[in-house]
Design a protein around this ligand. Structure first.
Ligand SMILES: [Zn+2]
Ligand SMILES: [Zn+2]
Ligand SMILES: [Zn+2]
Length: 89
């Protein structure tokens, strides 16, 4: 039987960092990001939005790059959504 999980995390729209909870996401917004981007715009408006992933655990589908950078909400692979979209750019 398939197992479906829902994962929620926050991702900054500017630097694409992801956060597991709202507290960390807010701290990031207030700090204006942890990293200065290549243009030196340290004052860019960092804004973390809430992301929701519906994951279906599939032992036969290896988790990898495609999952980590995914931008859609649905995941079908080994991680069951745990790593889904965490490195989406
Ligand atoms: Zn940021
Ligand atoms: Zn995965
Ligand atoms: Zn995935």
């Amino acid at each position: 039987m398939e197992t479906t999980n829902t994962y929620r995390f926050f991702q900054c729209r500017v630097c694409k960092l992801s956060f597991d909870n709202r507290t960390d996401a807010l701290a990031h917004e207030q700090a204006g990001g942890y990293r200065i981007n290549i243009f030196g715009e340290s004052r860019a408006n960092h804004r973390a939005i809430s992301m929701e992933v519906r994951g279906t655990r599939r032992e036969d589908i290896k988790c990898g790059g495609r999952c980590l950078v995914a931008t859609g909400p649905d995941c079908e692979c080994q991680c069951g959504g745990e790593h889904h979209g965490r490195y989406a750019a």
